[in-house]
Design a binder for this molecule. Structure first.
Ligand SMILES: [Fe+2]
Ligand SMILES: [Fe+2]
Length: 346
């Protein structure tokens, strides 16, 4: 029987995140193209001269990637596969990847070397940020941290799900098992993204998807763009697995510190629960991802070892850059957001 389409015309998200203000010529070209349903107007040279770490390029990439998640209010869903937008995205991705490989030219090429430092408990992959929050973080800093991280945690595990069709056997089964937990193991109220939304409510933040995009600086956007970039390309499956493994391996100790910070500041039960849940779950995920996902993928495709190692190193590098940004702002008593939160957020 031939399936019947409910509509042959394209659909447009009626609700969802709103497009945000551009931060330069590239993000203006993307935002305007999405708003007007037209092709993006930019000089090709603009990508070549853009700062790969800057606000403009990182926001432009973020807007384009978001078309593969939930899109934007009033933007045609079919823009996800618009060849002109994809061409621009590809040019910016090359710039981003080139900058990454330049900064990480000396990284280990073996999985063992890449992960060894992360398995030592005292190492804080986020440049000491969770240690700071655990010991002397203040409530306003926890709120800023959560508002920033919401750009990922409200779609937690989504970019990693894209790798599943690209794996087989042990790696696929293990990846799906971990993702099953991340997506609530059959319970919508236990989806990790939902647990994070509950945490945000405890902290007096607005849990609407994409709510803090406008306030998120480039170093945060880069951390989310990295996983979208790795997740959307089959050719980057090794990088994506390296990224995922890095997150799982470092999550448990970091979450323990953040759970303590939430408790010490009296953030609330849902705020504690999100991190408590990750202390336990990720201790298990760490084992499964190392043994089965990485082990299974390497058994199938040994040539991906350097990619897995690079994916891990790139994740640590971007977390360090973000921690540096946040740490510098807080050390000066400034907000780490582009504009500070209001008292009860919103
Ligand atoms: Fe999770
Ligand atoms: Fe996990």
């Amino acid at each position: 029987m031939t399936p019947t389409l409910t509509s042959t015309t394209s659909t447009t998200a009626a609700t969802g995140p709103r497009l945000v203000e551009p931060r330069g010529t590239l993000s203006a070209a993307v935002a305007e193209a999405l708003r007007s349903n037209d092709t993006p107007a930019y000089r090709p040279g603009a990508v070549l001269t853009a700062d790969p770490w800057g606000e403009d390029l990182q926001l432009a990439l973020y807007l384009l990637y978001e078309l593969h998640y939930r899109g934007f209010e009033g933007v045609d869903d079919d823009r996800e596969w618009d060849p002109e937008l994809l061409r621009l995205r590809q040019a910016m991705e090359s710039r981003f990847l080139h900058a990454l490989s330049t900064e990480l030219s000396d990284v280990p090429r073996s999985v063992e070397e890449a992960f060894a430092p992360l398995l030592v408990e005292p190492l804080d992959p986020a440049g000491g940020l969770s240690r700071h929050l655990e010991r002397k973080g203040e409530l306003w800093q926890l709120r800023e941290y959560a508002a920033l991280r919401s750009l990922y945690h409200l779609k937690e595990a989504d970019p990693h799900a894209w790798v599943i069709p690209r794996l087989r056997g042990r790696a696929k089964a293990a990846m799906a098992a971990i993702e099953y937990d991340e997506f609530g193991a059959g319970h919508p109220d236990r989806i990790h993204a939902q647990l994070f939304a509950d945490l945000m409510v405890d902290l007096g933040l607005d849990p609407a998807y994409g709510r803090y995009l406008d306030q998120a600086p480039a170093p945060l956007l880069a951390t989310v763009n990295l996983m979208s970039l790795f997740g959307l390309h089959r050719s980057h499956r090794g990088l994506l697995v390296g990224h995922f493994a890095c997150v799982e391996v470092t999550s448990s100790p970091g979450s323990r510190r953040l759970a303590k910070a939430m408790r010490r500041c009296g953030a609330g039960p849902a705020a504690e629960r999100f991190y408590d849940e990750h202390v336990e779950a990720d201790a298990v995920h760490e084992q499964v991802v190392r043994r089965e996902v990485i082990g299974g993928l390497l058994a199938d495709e040994p040539s991906l070892e350097a990619d897995i190692a690079f994916g891990c190193a790139a994740t640590v590098h971007l977390e360090d850059r973000l921690a540096e940004h946040i740490g510098a702002a807080w050390a000066d008593g400034r907000s780490a957001l582009r504009t500070p939160l209001n008292t009860r957020d919103s």
